[in-house]
Design a protein around this ligand. Structure first.
Ligand code: C2E
Ligand code: MG
Ligand code: MG
Ligand code: MG
Length: 280
């Protein structure tokens, strides 16, 4: 290669870098604007008690109604929001919005037992977390026991001393604490026992194969046995078939979340679904 070719390829390389950086900056600016203009929305998915059908909870799952790109799933923007730090504000918005929505449902007489909000690791460890939860509860008047917070195993295990302090403070406030995607991380049993956790959510990868006998059934049975030992509730996520629900129920798991009942849907549609589910 000649000097000139080299120079050109170096220039092309830095152009690419700049384009990538520009793109991220553009997206970051766009996300900030989206937050101000109300383009984020919470969808809700029910957690159902098997077999009676009580509505144990509603998980709030964020969406971005992008003016040009349509409805975006969290996987398409949460990672970038985490990188640029905007996740803290998005998380506070989520807490506030979910609590207000739930308080509204209670006032109107049809409501799930609780609403669950997902916390990213950055939000969980942020100094403003406790104030954000307190403000969301105070601002909405929602009783704390009707708010659930979901954190993944890896978030909880990444600094167990700090985790324990944060969880203890949250527990003191009276909210319910859940371990999300349980089984995919590397929880140490010793810590699980120490943490003031209320609920394990079995990851959907274990539920998927459950109707057949095999290792996933063994994992689910082991999780159930452990949960019972530690006095924890268990929710199964990603329940898509009646056979999976039955297999879970046989192993003692009675709280089901998944497409078998409902996909995550906008709040209006969610509460209409609840009305039909309970009376229809
Ligand atoms: P997650 O908390 O484990 O949520 C469950 C995911 O499984 C949701 O994907 C839901 O739509 C999907 N799901 C539910 N039932 C079924 C089923 O029967 N089959 C299958 N195949 N999938 C099912 P979604 O809404 O795309 O959310 C993905 C992840 O994004 C969530 O996983 C959560 O980690 C994160 N997330 C969602 N909302 C928020 C938020 O407000 N804040 C933060 N920090 N993270 C969020
Ligand atoms: Mg979750
Ligand atoms: Mg999950
Ligand atoms: Mg999951």
């Amino acid at each position: 290669t000649t000097k000139r070719e080299q120079r050109n390829s170096v220039r092309a390389f830095s152009d690419d870098l700049r384009t990538a950086a520009d793109l991220r900056l553009a997206l970051e600016t766009e996300m900030r604007k989206a937050l101000e203009q109300g383009e984020f929305e919470l969808f809700y998915q029910p957690v159902i008690e098997y077999p009676h059908g009580g509505i144990l909870g509603a998980e709030a799952l964020i969406r971005w109604r992008h003016p040009k790109r349509g409805l975006l799933a969290p996987g398409e923007f949460i990672p970038l929001a985490e990188e640029c730090g905007l996740i803290v504000e998005i998380g506070e918005w989520g807490l506030k919005t979910a609590c207000a929505q739930m308080a509204y449902w209670i006032r109107n007489g049809v409501a799930p037992d609780a609403v669950a909000v997902n916390l990213s690791g950055i939000s969980f460890r942020h100094v403003r977390l406790l104030a954000a939860v307190r403000n969301a509860l105070a601002g909405s008047g929602l009783p704390p026991e009707r708010l659930e917070l979901e954190m993944t195993e890896s978030v909880l295990m990444s600094d167990v001393e700090l985790t324990n302090e944060i969880l203890a403070e949250l527990k003191r406030m009276g909210v319910r604490l859940m371990v999300d995607d349980f089984g995919t991380g590397y929880s140490s049993l010793a810590y699980l026992k120490r943490f003031p956790i209320d609920v394990l959510k079995i990851d959907r990868s274990f539920v998927q194969d459950l109707a057949r006998e095999g290792s996933d059934a063994a994992i689910t049975s082991a999780v159930m046995a452990m949960a019972q030992e530690l006095g924890l509730d268990v929710v199964a996520e990603g329940v898509e078939t009646e056979a999976q629900a039955l297999a879970l129920a046989r192993r003692g798991c009675k709280a089901m979340q998944g497409f078998l009942y409902s996909r995550p849907v906008p709040s209006q549609q969610f509460i209409a679904w609840c009305g039909q589910w309970l009376n229809g």
